[in-house]
Design a protein around this ligand. Structure first.
Ligand code: HEM
Length: 398
């Protein structure tokens, strides 16, 4: 890093937050930026990085100054995202979020709990006797796909394309580097489906997707928003949860004493999952657009600037968490930043927790111990997906 300190803003000239090297070592780079200054200007990607827990949290709660109109890191994608809750500021945001939340509130989800637990138990039963499996595809991906695709209500051939589209859309939300440029046309396949061909009848009766179409028919949300909200669940709801569950296998496999503790006391599952999210954020960077010049941590950020909120840096900020590099399943960090916070705080966090708690509960109740071998990430501008997480030496409960 070529750093200029003693100047305002503190500047790192040669750091591209979306380069291959940085994507491979996100946490280390973000930790270094956080200790350098609360605000660091990165001319290579024309971004103002916000690095510390308290500042990130207050910014997430201040949509009047820090707008989500540029939540993505290029204008093409920001134009495409107009009409999503995630890119809409208050007051228009509320109507869209309410329509989406109708099926995602704790009350609405309660009815799914028993089914989810049974699905999780059956899923792990299929893996337990194998001796080895892939923590990404076998454990996390197949389970999340089976839950979310059915929940949205997708029935046709698009079922097999949703993950490819979601990953491409996350790449396209970064800058238009090679990954971003390649992601745009692939994600375009999803937009052509949702905004062109998809009708209410294509979605299963009683599904969340069908409910969104019905809300548009009743005039509760603008008609053109119905497809956009479905895209949003596809993009926001699957890769993130799959990555989080993959991260759970990595962290629990590499910390066998913590895994043993979790097996002995399953009431720690919620705390353990929160700690997985704090330790490894599935979306390490999110964007905002500065509407009026504003001071953060002693640095004035000009109007029109784009900021990058470094969630992984905030989650490991020693000013907020003691020994932040330690994975401790008893910590229960319910205030971690990985679900965002405030106005746009993750609308699907109840569902993500329910899925993850069910699968982790099945894991600890059926598998005595396991180890993690090679972990191969798949580089993505915004998400943190995996190619493979080799889980080996699996000892099932007899
Ligand atoms: C572990 C899994 C997940 C993680 C880490 C995650 C992370 C996030 C983050 C960081 C935000 C805030 C973005 C911002 O402020 O710009 C967000 C918002 C959102 N998430 Fe999630 N998410 C997860 C699962 C889900 C699921 C399962 C769904 C849907 C079924 C979902 C739907 C949404 C939506 C709709 C928003 C936008 C809310 C709004 O604008 O009001 N997410 N998520």
């Amino acid at each position: 890093m070529t750093t200029r300190t003693g100047v305002r803003p503190v500047t790192v000239d040669d750091l591209d937050l979306f380069s291959d090297d940085v994507l491979r070592s996100t946490q280390a780079v973000q930790d270094e930026l956080r200790e350098l200054a609360p605000v660091v200007y990165l001319p290579a990607c024309e971004l103002w990085a916000i690095t510390r827990y308290d500042d990130i949290r207050s910014i997430l709660n201040d949509p009047a100054i820090f707008s989500s109109q540029k939540v993505a890191f290029n204008d093409r994608m920001n134009d495409i995202m107009v009409g999503t809750t995630i890119a809409t500021d208050p007051p228009d945001h509320k109507q869209l979020r309410d329509a989406l939340m109708e099926n995602l509130t704790p009350r609405a989800l309660r009815g799914l709990k028993a089914e989810m637990e049974a699905k999780g138990a059956a899923h792990v039963r299929g893996l337990a006797g194998r001796g080895a499996f892939d923590g990404h595809s076998d454990f996390a991906r197949d389970f999340v796909l089976s839950v979310v695709v059915d929940m949205i209500g997708v029935q046709g051939e698009e079922r097999d394309l949703l993950l490819v589209w979601a990953e491409a859309a996350l790449n396209a939300q970064g800058p238009l580097n090679e990954r971003g440029r390649a992601g745009l046309p692939v994600a375009g396949g999803m937009f052509a489906w949702t905004r062109g061909r998809l009708t209410a009848e294509d979605l299963r009766e009683g599904s969340l997707g069908r409910g969104i179409f019905a809300a548009a028919d009743r005039g509760e949300i603008p008609y053109e928003n119905r497809s956009i909200l479905i895209e949003q669940i596809v993009v926001a709801g699957m890769e993130t949860t799959i990555a989080a569950l993959g991260n759970a296998t990595i962290l629990l496999g590499r910390n066998p004493e913590q895994y043993r503790m979790l097996r002995e006391d399953a009431t720690l599952i919620a705390s353990a999952f929160a700690e997985v999210l704090r330790t490894m954020a599935p979306l390490p960077v999110i964007g905002r657009f500065v509407k009026d010049a504003v001071e953060v941590g002693g640095t004035v950020i000009p109007a029109g600037a784009q900021v990058a909120l470094l969630l992984s840096a905030g989650n490991h900020d020693p000013r907020h968490y003691k020994d932040p590099q330690m994975f401790d399943i008893t910590r229960n960090p319910t205030d971690h930043l990985s679900f965002g916070y405030g106005t746009h705080g993750c609308a699907g966090q109840g569902l993500a927790r329910m899925e993850s708690h069910a699968l982790i509960a099945a894991l600890v109740s059926q598998i005595k111990s396991f180890a993690v071998d090679e972990v191969t990430p798949r580089l993505n501008n915004i998400g943190r997906p995996y190619e493979r997480i080799a889980i080996v030496d699996v000892v099932a409960d007899s």
